[in-house]
Write a protein that binds this ligand. Sequence first.
Ligand SMILES: [Zn+2]
Length: 256
Amino acid sequence: MQNPPADLPDSIEDLKAIIARQADAFTVLQHSLADELAASRQELAAAKSGLQLKALEIEKLKLTIARLRKVAFGKSSEKIHREIAQLELSLEELESEASGDDDPVALDHPDASASITGETSLPEKRKRRALPDHLPREEVRHEPQGDCPHCGGTLKQVGEDITEILDYVPGHFRVIRHVRPSLSCRSCESMVQRPMPSLPVERGMPSAHLLAHALVSKYADHLPLYRQSGIYARDGMELSRSLLANWVGKCASLMR
Ligand SMILES: [Zn+2]
């Protein structure tokens, strides 16, 4: 702020005009500072996630090198074995951390939801990978109860939405199919549908059981995610370490 000029006018109207001009200038300044601050914050966040991705790449490369050395120098080097296990673990940590923030790793995130609704009301959903057909399915139906909540008219079904969730009961996987019929009122044409129950990983496919199992295995039983990934594969479901790490990161940010 400048010092008040010595030659201030005596008229109150003129003084008011000066104050109003200064207030305007101040508001403009405030806005531009706020914009700058927001822009810098965005840049900082982008730089941070860029760094995280770089760190991730470096660890992945280190792991590749260690694996290659194992191939080159024979399978039985205990030291290389330990090195590889250690690298898998630090990768796991990095990937979990990366996914706690606004998901840079969510690209290969298989989402399982299919809609067979008659209408095309779907917003541009990302391409979702379906869950394997060979897994047993259990259906949970969410039927709207009663008549039209708006006019009391009779409802008729016009479609349904299905969301498939991957569930794990130690030893085997199964798929929970959430089926939500959509009904339309014969009188006023309102649409009625029960909402989807909330999921621990929004838009993701793991059930709370599966997440709990992975977390307990990792933190209580010290079973790293890359080992779990192998166990799950034997139980009939390919879940990459980075996908598991992504889920663990999401859970961690849920609990924060
Ligand atoms: Zn109605």
